[in-house]
Each structure stands twice: as structure tokens, then as C-alpha cells.
Design a protein. Sequence first.
Length: 256
Amino acid sequence: MKKLDAYIAKTVLGGIVLVTAVLLAVDLIFTFVAQFRAIGHNGYSFGDAVVFVLLRLPSDLYLILPICAFIGTLVGLGHLASKSELIAMRAAGVSVAKIGRSVLFASTIMVVAGYLLAAYLSPITRHLAYAKQTNTGQSAVLVLASATWIRVGDHIVYIGKTLPEGRLQNVVSYHVSNNRLLDITQANQAIANEKHWLLYDVTTTVFEDNQVIQHHYDQTAQPGLLSPDLLHILSLEPEDMTMLGLFDSIQYRDWE
């Protein structure tokens, strides 16, 4: 019976793989053709288009996997039926439930594959694909589409722009305690370090009871800001996050 289960599962998986290969090839062709209009603009080359299409591959595969599994299962069972193998199995006393269990085993393999794609590979490659398309020729570590606001404890931080290699521009940190603004720190640029952020061209404004004191520094260290990894996660759209990234994002917002 184990050989029969393996044979049914193998046939069904073969049908799923065949359908997946055909639909994925069609999807790749249309995706690549859609990139033709961008080639030659802003340094976007033919090679960049190829890299974009390949990086999009896991994301596209994840999207079409359910329909591929459904059609592929029908193809596999149809192949068995065309050779009267299903009739032979039933005549030999194999129940429909037994055949269904073998098919379910093959489907479980596809579910696991789909989960791994969705949880780990697809979000990363999808984000890299659009980062590559947006920043042609650059290796972007942190990419924000626009300015963002983030709260870290008593600090409300505004980030005007995020550049490659973990560099931030136009950073403003508002220190608020008991509904009172204590100080404002403005930096033209911030660079991530292992333990803290290095701020450059910094202006600090301290609000006291009877006066406002302002200081200027060429460079200073700012502990307590978000880690570069968490900042990267919070700057992504949910569909571009891995499962671990989503968990970290939820944990941060619950803590906030």
C-alpha cells in the first residue's frame, strides 16, 4: 500500500509541477514584456529588467500556487483515470478515502512549500525587486517611499528620507514627557552604528521654565533610537514583510 500511496502522490505532484511550470512561464513572459517600456530610462537596462523579473519570481509563484495545485491535482487524477488505473485500484479494494489520503499528502507538500515562500522568501525578493527598480544600480539596505514618523518611548521621531546603507536625512526627535515638550533634536544626517546612531550637524533646543536654550554640535551619538533592522521592518508594507518581520512589527506596536 505504501508503494501505491507514493505512486498516487507522485502522479499528482507531477501534474502540479507541470501546470506550475506552464503558468509561471506565461507569467514571466508577460512580466518581462511589461518591463520593456522602462528599459533605457534613468539607467534601467535590459539586465536590470531580467534581475527584476527573477526577483519577482518567488512572489508570483506564491500567488499562482493555489490555482496550480488545484488544476495540477485534476491533471494528475485525470492521467490516472485515462489509463483506467483508478478503476483498477477500486477493483483491487482500494477505497476512495485511501486514494483521497494520498492526494491530500501531495497537497500538503504544496501547502508547506507555499508557506515557506510566503513566510521567508517571497517578501524579501519582492522588496529587493522594487528597490532595484527604484534605485537602479544601487544596493539599498533601507528604502522608504516617503517621510515617516516613529515613536520610541518618550521620543517622537520624524525621518525625512532614508538612503542606502542605513543613512538617514532630516531627522527630528521630539522629547515629550507628561504632555510637555522637553526638547527637540534636529540632525541633517544620521548613520547607524552597532550600539547607537551617529548624528551630524545637530541642533538641540531645550525648553526650560523661563527660557529656551539652543546648542549646536558637529557630531553626537544618539542612543535609544530604533535598531536599523527594526526601522527597516517598520518602513515596509505588510505584504513585503516576512513572518518574523510581521511578528516584530506587531510586538513593537503592542509595546508602543
